[in-house]
Design a protein around this ligand. Structure first.
Ligand SMILES: [Zn+2]
Length: 316
């Protein structure tokens, strides 16, 4: 599909609406998306977390060696925005009466791609049992190739990885974004995704958005600009709430690792489809998966083809 046509379709509903709709219909209750004929889940489910051992992440690698480009990028960082969270009572009063019309990955108001000649890689860290590790090999590959990325981090993951989180927040190659307080589907009426019950009402949705936003600001001194809920599911009301709280709700055009379930060859194939304007979702909290190996295979080839990568904040 040409870039201009892609742009024309962006906005209300993405080019992936058909696939997303199928995913929504077929994968409700699916453990983690699998690798069969149905579209895979882009995000990880809490129940599946129990299948892998949990534990703190290993210590972060040194980031002492920085390229001149990274140093220049660090100097170019804009002054951090102050945190301006609207009062909870005000937001509840504004949104409490609204009935959602849509539920899924690509609902009205969610940004799925970027009007840019660059592509954006996004990686989630979901936290919780089995989801609180760190894929250091993947981060090493991104740093070695000087490929920027946006990292969506959940409150639980930050708590388990405090030193590492601070290191990532300070690295100009990366940008941290908000992946929710409790890693819940973002609903105003308790809708579920992949068997996980979403936030029950506007008040709970506010807490899921604002809890991690306040915590990230307090911890890192920066106000996250972007949000993606656990499971990546929203309704159209919570997508609007996300904007009201000062964040852009962001999903994706390419599901790079199927919740870290894809084998390396599939990761390489899916990420290999990336074109300017695409937003790719993958994970950096599952080192036992094949996400790192898939990216190590495909990123050099994409760079050779002239694909340029940017953080979401550079293209949105
Ligand atoms: Zn997640």
């Amino acid at each position: 599909m040409g870039d201009s046509k892609r742009r024309a379709l962006a906005g209300r509903r993405s080019v992936l609406l058909g696939m997303a709709g199928l995913a929504t219909a077929v994968l409700a209750g699916c453990a983690d998306g699998g690798t069969g004929t149905v579209p895979p889940a882009p995000e990880q489910d809490v129940a599946a977390d129990h299948r892998r051992p949990s534990g703190p992440a290993t210590p972060p690698p040194s980031i002492a060696a920085k390229s001149s480009e990274q140093v220049a990028a660090a100097r170019a960082q804009p002054t951090p925005r102050p945190l301006v969270l609207p009062n909870k009572g005000t937001v509840v009063a504004e949104f409490a009466g609204r009935k959602p019309q849509e539920w899924g990955l690509h609902v009205t108001g969610v940004v799925n791609d970027a009007p840019s000649k660059q592509a954006a890689l996004t990686f989630d860290a979901c936290g919780g049992p089995g989801g609180s590790d760190c894929d250091h090999e993947l981060l090493r590959t991104l740093r070695r190739l000087n490929v920027p990325a946006t990292l969506f981090v959940n409150s639980r993951w930050i708590r388990t990885n405090q030193a590492l989180s601070a290191e990532l927040a300070a690295d100009p190659l990366f940008e941290l974004a908000n992946h929710g307080t409790s890693h819940l589907p973002l609903s105003v009426n308790g809708r579920s995704a992949y068997g996980i019950v979403g936030t029950a009402n506007v008040s709970a949705a506010y807490d899921e958005l604002a809890g991690n936003q306040q915590s990230m600001y307090d911890t890192f001194g920066k106000t996250p600009r972007f949000f993606r809920p656990g499971t990546a599911f929203y309704d159209d009301v919570t997508a609007a709430m996300t904007r009201r709280l000062g964040m852009l709700p962001v999903n994706f055009t390419i599901n790079g690792d199927g919740g870290a379930t894809f084998p390396a060859a599939t990761v390489a194939t899916e990420v290999g489809r990336v074109r300017p304007g695409d937003i790719v979702i993958s994970h950096f909290n599952r080192p036992a998966g094949a996400t790192a190996e898939g990216y190590a295979r495909i990123l050099p080839r994409l760079l050779d083809k002239g694909i340029s990568f940017a953080r979401l904040g550079d293209v949105l």
